[in-house]
Write a protein that binds this ligand. Structure first.
Ligand code: ADP
Ligand code: MG
Length: 227
C-alpha cells in the first residue's frame, strides 16, 4: 500500500449558482501521509465541507485528481466509489445522524451489515468498538435514551467500525459543550494512537484545533498552512 493517505492534485470545485459560477476550491494541492492528523479551518462558507466531501468521494471535483491510499477516486464509477468508501472511509458529523429506531449497537453494526460482513463477527466488532468509546453499558439503548456526549461517541464508533483507515470529521465537536468537546477530542486522539488512522478534521473549535499537528486555513479556494 502507498505511504500516502490523501493526495490532491490541482483540484478545483465550483457550483453553478443563479446564473453565476461560484468557485469554491481553486487549484488545490494537498498530500497527507498515512497516520497524520490534519485540520482545515476557515470562515463559514469557504468550502471546508465541500473539500471534506470530495476527499470522501461523496462529491466530485470539476478538475484535478484525488487519490486515497494510492487509488484514484476521481476516476471511479459511483458503484466503485460506494464500495471504496464503505471499506476505507469513516465520516463523523456535527450531528450524529444515528437512526432513532435502532439501538446504539445496531447503529454501529449497520456499516458492516451494508458491506455484507459476517453477522456474528460484525456484532463482536461493533461491541468491541462501543466498549472502546466507553459505551459498553449502552449497547441496547436507543439514541433518544442517551446523552449528547454519548451520541457523539456512538457516532465515532460507527465511523471507525470495520477498521476504517481514513476518518473525515466535519465539526465533530460543533454540537457539544466544552466538557464533552474535550472528552471527544481525548477519545479521537486515544483511538488514533491505538488504530493509526489518518484523520482530516474540519473545525471552528480552537481547543480542538490546537491539538492538531498540521493545520491549514482554507481561504479563497486555497489551503494556507499556519502551524
Ligand atoms: N450543492 C451546492 N450547490 C451550490 N452551492 C453550494 C453547494 N454546496 C455548497 N455550496 C456553496 O459552496 C460554498 C462552500 O460551502 P461549504 O463547503 O458548505 O462551506 P463551509 O463548510 O466552509 O461552511 C458556499 O458558498 C455554499 O453556498
Ligand atoms: Mg461546513
Amino acid at each position: 500500500m502507498s505511504e500516502i493517505a490523501i493526495e490532491i492534485e490541482s483540484m478545483s470545485k465550483s457550483y453553478r449558482g443563479e446564473g453565476e459560477i461560484v468557485h469554491v476550491i481553486r487549484d488545490l494541492d494537498l498530500t497527507v501521509p498515512l497516520g497524520q492528523i490534519v485540520s482545515v479551518e476557515g470562515a463559514s462558507g469557504v468550502g471546508k465541507s465541500t473539500l471534506l466531501h470530495i476527499v470522501g468521494s461523496i462529491d466530485t471535483p470539476v478538475e484535478g485528481k484525488v487519490r486515497i491510499f494510492g487509488e484514484e477516486i476521481t476516476s471511479m464509477t459511483e458503484r466503485q466509489k460506494e464500495n471504496f468508501r464503505a471499506a476505507n472511509v469513516g465520516l463523523i458529523f456535527q450531528h450524529h445522524y444515528l437512526l432513532p429506531d435502532f439501538t446504539v449497537l445496531e447503529n454501529v453494526i449497520m456499516p458492516l451489515w451494508i458491506q455484507r460482513k459476517n453477522v456474528s463477527k460484525s456484532t463482536d466488532n461493533a461491541i468491541e468498538m462501543l466498549k472502546n468509546v466507553g459505551l459498553g453499558h449502552r449497547l441496547h439503548h436507543y439514541p433518544s435514551q442517551i446523552s449528547g456526549g454519548e451520541m457523539a461517541r456512538a457516532g465515532v464508533a460507527r465511523a471507525l467500525v470495520g477498521g476504517k483507515k481514513l476518518i473525515l470529521a466535519d465539526e465533530p465537536t460543533g454540537n457539544l459543550d466544552r466538557d464533552n468537546s474535550e472528552k471527544l477530542a481525548d477519545l479521537l486522539w486515544k483511538l488514533q494512537e491505538q488504530l493509526g488512522f489518518t484523520m482530516l478534521i474540519v473545525t471552528h473549535d480552537q481547543d480542538l484545533a490546537a491539538r492538531v499537528p498540521r493545520r491549514f486555513r482554507l481561504k479563497e479556494g486555497h489551503l494556507e498552512p499556519f502551524s
